[in-house]
Design a protein. Sequence first.
Lengths: 191, 451
Amino acid sequence: MSSEAFTTLTSRTIVLREENIDTDQIIPARFLTTTSKDSLADACFHDWRFEASGKMTGHPLNTVDLKARQIIVSGNNFGCGSSREHAPWALMALGVRVVISTEIADIFRSNAMKNGLLPVTVDEDTLEALMADPGREVTVSLETQTVTFGNRSVSFEVEPFARRCLLSGQDSMDVLLSALPEIQKFEEAQS
Amino acid sequence: MTKTLFEKVWERNLVAPETEDRPAVLHISLHLIHEVTTPQAFTVLNERGLNVRRPDLTLGTIDHSVPTLPAGIDGELPYATPAAKNQVETLRRNCAEHGIPLLDLGDGRRGIVHVVGPELGRTRPGMTIVCGDSHTSTHGAFGALAFGIGTTEVGHVLATQSLLQRKPKTMRIRFVGTPPQSVTGKDLALAMIRQIGTQGGTGYVLEYTGEAIETLSMEGRMTLCNMSIEAGARAGMIAPDDTTWQYLDRAAGVPIPREVDLRTDDGAVFDAHIDIDASAIRPMVTFGTAPDAAVEASGIVPSGSDGLDYMGFKEGQALAEASVTTVFVGSCTNGRIEDMRAAAQVLNGRRVAEGVRMLVVPGSEQVKRQAEQEGLSAIFEKAGAEWREPGCSMCIAMNGDRGKPGDLVVSTSNRNFKGRQGEGVRTVLASPYTAAASAVEGRIASPEDYV
């Protein structure tokens, strides 16, 4: 089985300056009663993008061409809060493929990488430079682990196993299934 | 070689250590599941023709989407939406198909996933415990390694009873000294998050130690470990001691073998250390829209804070000036019997202020029964509070229990995020003592005069 791969992306940025953008902002809990992964685009950042009446707000997520802007540049600690994998599902449904911040929450990071969404942490100076110029073109390469914009190129770290899965679209379930003989042995030794 | 508690638990559950190519394969002792984060995992299992490897190590409960109001005269539960009902029915079907025990509606053991695990004696020291829920860190109070996972990983555990994990770093958080009576596990948690920040624990497993932890009840320890995730840490742990073993003996109904070695060795090395002066901690509340925006309930709104516009607070304003519309006591953070007792202690012989709505939601059927037997529910109802059926309720506001735009909710839950308790609703996190005192006074109130 395979999942969505990620190698290199060149796209424009959407800047969300807020810090601690939590998973309740990314997808409010009332949309979590779904039993599928589909149709979550409207739920993504719903309460930022829609008024209670359903009317669209003037938020940049509504006014820019999202197809051309697949990179979110966010304030510190993006994705904090709950373990809901609906957060990366919803972001992907909106067309987002990369989130860049100075910190990205653990569970969100882990969930994102399993769904073809690349979390990238950079230093404060780089984040400031990216935030200063919303909509600029940025190239994010998972192959070289670099973020490149203008004449600047900075490297980022990524867990090597998740990187390999993401580059090849390999499903980590297959790796665990291949470990079943070891798991069996462990369980036998335990009982 | 000396080891930390975390390292001991990690090693005893390790199927295969990590290499550059592959993270460690970690065996899972107990997999807790609920209706919200599992349907898509079962879909993957069914599509791939995979079985649940260890239904005996899996336990289902229904908590997030379920109404906390009883069934109507037609016998139907008042679900918020047909989707919520469908989600509950989907879990029921998936558990039946795969032979997974389920604490279904009507089962006297049902409740919030992080309340029932410990109270049924399923949570044990030395275990690895996971759930598609970030507050799984709660179970670390028993010396288990317990953390939240996403739905893809729920599928991994269902199919293999294992997870691929990189070994996290360790941080010791030592509470030095003891706080006054009115300070609970919740106040320790909020003080800790204020000190280390919402990302201070990212990448770490926390171990809480010190005098204030040793004297803390299991309920208080669970509250503190529960909130570890609000500091960015996937897991928080406390070494088992007599308090732990006695709780477990009661919960399991049989004596549980003591494991005295299940503690951090003297001289074991942590990657980071934090000391917190527990004697200086007073009842805490949050004033912003992230859990580190915390301050003494009797204090003023600090300067340079985020989220004040949303909260409608001004720098320098006394929190006691803030009128409260709603009070919520419950959740996996503070929905246990001790929390019910704390709220009842403050409300006994008093009334909820005019115009304030107070919901008290027990964390489980067992908590509900016990609170009713102890006369706590009668105190709540006499005070003018609503006594509900068990569930997550207003903590996540998925089940119809929610505030209106502009409401100010003093809540014993774990997250004060914008809109968490309903669109436009403002949340102030607090202990059950503080929540109940605020209900009585109709404004944010420190419980120091009540406890």
